[in-house]
Design a protein around this ligand. Sequence first.
Ligand code: CMC
Length: 435
Amino acid sequence: MAEPKTVTITDNATGKSVDYTILEGTHGAPVIDMQRLAADFGYFCHDPGYTTTSSCRSAITFIDGNKGELLYRGYPIEQLAQESNYLEVCYLLLYGKLPDQTEWESFNRAVRQHTMVHEGLRRFMNGYRHDAHPMGMLVGIVGALSTYYHDSLDIQDPEHRELSALRIIAKMPSIAADCYKYSIGQPYMYPINSLGYVENFLQMMFAVRAEPYVPNPVAVRALELMLILHADHEQNASTSTVRLAGSSGANPFACIAAGIATLWGPAHGGANEAVIRMLNEIGDARHIRKFVDRAKDKDDPFRLMGFGHRVYKNFDPRAKIIRQACHDLLNDLDSSHSNQPLFEIALELEQIALKDDYFIQRKLYPNVDFYSGIILSALGIPLSMFTVLFAMARSVGWIAQWMEMLVDKEQRIGRPQQLYVGAARRDYVAMDDRG
Ligand code: CMC
C-alpha cells in the first residue's frame, strides 16, 4: 500500500517540524489531518466561518463549486431530478443506495404511516398569536415533537433513530401545512395517505373541507423538483448546526429544530423570499435597467437577489434544472394569474442580467433561489411560507447527516476554540475603589 502523503509544518520559533497526514476523499480537495496540532505545537487554527475546515467525514453529498456539480450519494442531481422522486431521494440520502421494489414499498408505507400529527400538538399550535411567523411556529413545533415520542428517543438504538427519521420526513408536510392553515384561520386538513407526498402536502395546504381539491400536475412536478434540489447541500450552516447540536447527544427533534432556526436567517434560507421582495420593489419591467445599474454601482449596497453563489462559481446545477420547471409552470399558468406581471419582470431581469458584461465577468448567474422563489409564488405559496418549504425539503438531509454522525467513530462533542482578545487577567475592585 502506498505511503500516505504528508505535509510538514515547522515552527520557525523553535525549529520543531511535524508531518501531518493528507487525507484523500473520493472527490474534492484533500484535507490535512490537524487533530494533533495543539498537542504537537500548542497552537490552534484560527478559521472564522470554518471556511477552510473540514468538520467531519461524510458520504452523503458532494459539491464541486467550480464544475457546478452536485452529487447525492454519488448520483448527479440532474439524473435524480429527471428520473427520481422526492421520497426515493429521501431513501437514497438515508440509506446510501437506491431502493429495490420491496424496500421502496416498505419505505413508502412506513412514511405514510406517520403523516398524522398528534392532536395535542395541534392544541399547542393553537396557542400561537394569530399572526405568528410560520418559521417561528415550525421551530417550536418540531422541537415539541420530542415531548410526544418518548418511545423513540434512545439515540444509541438504530431502530429509534430510524423511527425518528421517518416521523420527521412524514410529519413535516403536515406541520408546515398546519402552520399555514392556522395563519389564515382555516381548519386544519388531515393527510390523505393514498396521495403522493407532494399531492398530500398541496391538499393539506390548499384544500378546504367544503370542496374537492385536485392539484395541478405541473405544480406537483415543480414542487417535487424543488424538494429534490433542496434535500441536502453538505455542511452548510443549518446542517452543521444539526450536527453540533447532535454531538452533545441531544434528541433528533431538538437537533432539527436547531437546524430550522439556523435556516430561518436571511443569509441562508431566506434568499428565495428576498427575490420576490425585490421583484415587487422593481414593480414594472421599465424599472429593471435602473435596478441592474444599482446592483453594479460599488457605492450602492443593493445586489440582485437570486444572483451569484458562494460555492458555485460557474453555474448552480440546481438552477439549471429548476429554470426549465419554472418556465414550464409559468407557461402553464393562466395569464390572468395575479402574479403574472411579477413573473414577466423576473423573466426579463433574467435575460438582461445574463447578457450584461458585469454579471458575465463576475460569473453571476441566477441561482436556485431565483427560480424557486418564482415557482413558490406561482403555486400560490405565501412569502412567509417559502423558508418553511425549504425546511421541509432539507429535513431529510439534516436527519441523514445526524444519523451518519452518530455512528462515526471520530465523532466527539463539537467544541471550537477561540482567540481571546478581551481584558488581560486583573483583580476584582470593590465598588468604592472604582475610579
Ligand atoms: N448582484 C450584484 N453584484 C454581485 C452579486 C449580486 N447578486 N453577487 C456578487 N456580486 C459582485 C460583488 O459585488 C463582487 O464584485 P467586485 O468583484 O467588483 O467587488 C463580485 O460579484 C463577487 O462577489 P462576492 O461577494 O465576493 O461573492 P460571494 O461568493 O462572497 O457571494 C453571494 C455570494 C451569494 C453571497 C452573493 O452573490 C449574493 O449576495 N447574492 C445575492 C443573494 C442570493 O441570491 N443568495 C442566495 C444564494 S443561493 C442559496 C443557497 O445555495 O442556499
